[in-house]
Design a protein around this ligand. Sequence first.
Ligand code: COA
Length: 389
Amino acid sequence: MARYAHVTGWGMAVPELVLTNADLALMVDTTDEWIVDRTGIRERRLADKHDTTASLALQAAQRALERSEVRPRDVDLIIVATSTPEHLFPATACLVQDRLGARTAGAFDLSAACSGFIYAVNMAAQAIRSGSIDNALVIGAETLSRIVNWDDRSTCILFGDGAGAFLLQAGEKPGGVLSCVMRSDGSGGDLLSVPAGGSRIPTSLETVRRKLHGIQMNGREVFRFATRVMASATQEAVQAAGLKLDDIELVVPHQANLRIIEAAARGLRLPLNRFVINIERYGNTSTASIPIAVTEAAEAGRVHPGDHLVLVGFGAGLTWGAMVLQWVTPERPVPARRRRLSALWSTVARLRSGLRRLARWLEGLLWGAASAGKEPDESRPSPKTEDRR
Ligand code: COA
């Protein structure tokens, strides 16, 4: 029997702190008029010292689970698409897995910059359709404010923090993820990057002094690339789904610049009211921008069962991609009982995590005591033996 991968849960989380264009004009040489005119952005959200990529991802994931009827223990896979992971490792997805109490889930991060959410949904949908898993949580989460160069007026005005999540579930009813195109062009890698902190340019006092850990971008080139690929990727994905542009009720574009979205609409000859646009309130939240926009559209009653949606994005890499989704899940309020259950699961997850840490510590003590009483293993080469070889 054919299996389909449906979006049955969605959720978002943004920090409370709002940074307006007027606030930015106090920090760098810019104005509200310039930012609105060139980007469409009016304000963005900023993580405070308690918010991290994992904490925002967790909140979005909990909301997506509340909306679906899936419990954390039934989640098989967690993918966090992010360019601002909590650490180089462990994966942010593992931190979410632990705090969620998703005890039988595999978890990994996916790095494809702002196209990451589309890539991740496609990976999860393929795993579901192959029959290897039933339920997947896909999260796009960012704290870009931590890697923005706040002295660079051409980039610091663009980005914001936030997270969005989908719960994808196996189903027999046709629909869900119908098609996806994923593309890349590494020859444009230098157009948008965070140069240092990886293996090529490890962190040093010098890299910090030269602000090489902040976002660097060739805005005009990225703009040209984006306007080129948004329309073509949408057309490819629609064609791959066996549909026509007229069949698409809603396009959910990556929210990077209103002028890029307008150019895509012109290229596709679609009216702007068929696009979900919320860039004025959040700026560019990278991997989180598409799921945040879908969540807001669904909650505003703009998405109906049977509707065809295109999700389309682009980003550093260069990467780009588009996906056609057929929505199946009716919009209905989340019962208060499910919210209470979600709070209970999260308390249980915290307790379980604490107990596992305690058990690991005790095990370490016992193992240490046991091995202290043993003779050294002569069969193993000692560092000195190695040296002599
Ligand atoms: N306030 C005022 N002036 C600014 C400014 C700001 N925040 N940022 C740049 N400028 C100035 C530039 O210094 C330049 O001045 P100059 O002509 O004296 O050199 C002038 O504005 C025009 O700069 P330009 O880079 O051509 O502007 P633009 O119209 O291309 O807009 C971006 C700049 C960054 C908004 C635009 O290129 C863009 O959005 N690119 C895509 C970026 C993107 O989407 N990145 C994320 C991908 S996921």
